[in-house]
Design a binder for this molecule. Structure first.
Ligand SMILES: Cc1ncc(COP(=O)(O)O)c(C=O)c1O
Length: 354
C-alpha cells in the first residue's frame, strides 16, 4: 500500500499554511512578512530581522548529500523529537490507531503517541546472553499498528537491530503501517544507515539528528528521511518557520568537510574513553551487569540504582537512572564525556560504594 494512504484523511485533505517565505524567495524589497527592516544589534550578518527559509536550501542539499538521499526524501526538523511528533500526528487517528514501541527505549515515542491519544502497544526487547534484542514474535503479536518505532543503536540499551530485520518487518507490515527506525546514535558504530533504503521500501522512515555525533544538541536540528509523499505530508503540519537562522548556520559549519575530520577524531577519542570506562566497570565489584552497547553511553546494573545516581550527584556527576523502564530494575546509564569528565567519573567509581 502507498504509505500516503495510511495518513489521517484530514491531513491528506489539508491545505497547508503558506508562509511568506514559502510563497516567495527572500530577494528584492521584502514587504511581504511584516518584518522589521533593520537587523538587530549583534546580528553578525545573519539577517535575524528576517524570517528564515522554512527548509533552508543549502542545509537541505548538504544533509541529503551526507545521508545519501534525494532532497525530496528529507525534511529538516527541530531535532528528531519533532520528527517523531510529526509522524504520530500525521499517521495516527486519535482514539483508534496504535503505535508500537519496544521498551526499554527512548521515551518520546510513547509520549508523542499519548499526546495524540494513540494507543501505545509494547513489544519489550528481550534480554539475551549477548545483550538486548528485538523480540520479533512480540512485535508480530502487537500488529496491526500504524507506526512501529525501532531504535538502532537503542537508547538506553545500546543494542543494534539488524538492517535485514528492519527491512523484513517493513515489508511484512506494508499493508497497514510504517516502520520508523531511529538512528540518533548510528555515527558511533560501524553500521551503515538504512537511509538509502527508503526509496526501495516506501513505508520505511529513518530518523537522523545532528544532536549527538555532530555536537549540536543546542541547535535542535534533525531529519526525517522517507519516501517523498510521506515527507510532503509531514511538511503540511510542521510549524511555518521551524529552523532558527543561527542553528542553520551552525549546522552548515558542522557539516563542512573540515568539521567532519574533527568529528572523526572526536568519535575515535570517545571510543577510547569508552573502552577505558568499560574496563573499570567490568572490574567493579558493584556492577552486576555491564552492557557496552554501540553508542556514546553504557548501561550498568547495580543493586541500588537510586543510591548510585544520588551518590554521583553529590560528587557533582549526573547519571541517568533507568530503573523505571520495563526490564531495567537497578539500571543506570552513563554517557561518555571528555577526558576530564571521565576522570571525575573514574575517581568517583573507585570509591563507590563507600
Ligand atoms: C534515541 C533517540 N532519539 C531521538 C532523540 C532526540 O534527539 P534530538 O535532539 O534530535 O531531538 C534522542 C535524544 O536523546 C534519542 O536518544
Amino acid at each position: 500500500m502507498n504509505p500516503v494512504d495510511l495518513a489521517r484523511a484530514e491531513i491528506r485533505a489539508l491545505k497547508p499554511y503558506a508562509s511568506a517565505r514559502a510563497l516567495a524567495d527572500s530577494a528584492g524589497v521584502l514587504l511581504n512578512a511584516n518584518e522589521n527592516p533593520w537587523p538587530p544589534l549583534g546580528d553578525a550578518g545573519l539577517s535575524l530581522n528576517r524570517y528564515p527559509d522554512p527548509q533552508p536550501a543549502a542545509l537541505k542539499r548538504r544533509l541529503a548529500e551526507v545521508y545519501g538521499v534525494d532532497e525530496a526524501q528529507l525534511l529538516i526538523t527541530r531535532g528528531s523529537d519533532e520528527g517523531i511528533d510529526l509522524l504520530v500526528r500525521v499517521f495516527c487517528r486519535a482514539g483508534s490507531d496504535r503505535v508500537l514501541i519496544c521498551p526499554p527505549c527512548f521515551g518520546m515515542y510513547a509520549l508523542s503517541a499519548r499526546v495524540q491519544n494513540a494507543e501505545v502497544v509494547e513489544a519489550p526487547l528481550r534480554e539475551a546472553e549477548r545483550g538486548w534484542e528485538l523480540d520479533r514474535s512480540a512485535v508480530e503479536q502487537a500488529a496491526p499498528c500504524r507506526l512501529y518505532f525501532l531504535c538502532s543503536p537503542n537508547n538506553p540499551t545500546g543494542n543494534l537491530i539488524e538492517p535485514e530485520t528492519v527491512l523484513d518487518l517493513a515489508g511484512q507490515v506494508a499493508d497497514h503501517g510504517l516502520v520508523v527506525i531511529d538512528e540518533a546514535y548510528i555515527e558511533f558504530c560501524e553500521r551503515a544507515s538504512l537511509a538509502e533504503q527508503v526509496g526501495a521500501q516506501p513505508n520505511l522512515v529513518v530518523l537522523r539528528t545532528l544532536s549527538k555525533a555532530y555536537a549540536l544538541a543546542g541547535c535542535r536540528i534533525g531529519a526525517v528521511i522517507a519516501e517523498a509523499g510521506v515527507i510532503d505530508l509531514l511538511r503540511r503540519i510542521i510549524a511555518p518557520y521551524p529552523l532558527p537562522t543561527p542553528s542553520v548556520a551552525a549546522a552548515l559549519t558542522a557539516l563542512d568537510p573540515a568539521a567532519l575530520d574533527r568529528q572523526r577524531d572526536q568519535l575515535a577519542r570517545l571510543a577510547e574513553l569508552k573502552t577505558t570506562l568499560l574496563a573499570q566497570l567490568h572490574r567493579h565489584p558493584a556492577m552486576t551487569t555491564v552492557w557496552p552497547g554501540e553508542a556514546n553511553f553504557v548501561l550498568v546494573r547495580v543493586d541500588d540504582a537510586a543510591r548510585l545516581v544520588a551518590d554521583a550527584f553529590d560528587a557533582g556527576i549526573r547519571l541517568r537512572d533507568q530503573s523505571g523502564q520495563p526490564g531495567l530494575a537497578g539500571c543506570v546509564r552513563m554517557t561518555i564525556g571528555s577526558e576530564h569528565e571521565m576522570q571525575s567519573l573514574s575517581e568517583f567509581l573507585r570509591h563507590w560504594p563507600t
